[in-house]
Design a protein around this ligand. Sequence first.
Ligand code: FES
Length: 137
Amino acid sequence: MTAELHSRRAVLAATGATAATVTLAACGSDDSGQAAPKPGGKVIALAEVPVGQAKSAKTPDGQNVIVAQPAAGSVSCFSAVCTHQGCTVNPPANGQVHCACHGSIFDALTGAVVNGPASEPLAKVTVKVENGEVVTG
Ligand code: FES
């Protein structure tokens, strides 16, 4: 058995899930100006996103996103396009997402603005979890 399979089982056990498919949180539509990612595309394995943290990822159609798991079994996803003037934000670190262009800071778990000049949160992207994979849709 692979380490990845062990990891997935650990995640499923931690969430109390036993079914092959686990559907978790879904965000609202992506209002970043990007086209909404095509539904059903793999973004990242849930096991790659530690509980209480967030990771950078790409949708299958190449959109940069931030995927967070604020609590075991709960995922959220945000566009990595800064809402100030459209730069791509840096990968999450220490619970925050920084934009190098003008210094905006966002909460890595919620996408909320922590510090401007951005005044709007990172745009939500609809995701769900299927068979241990975070997928668009
Ligand atoms: S584009 Fe991100 S802070 Fe200006």
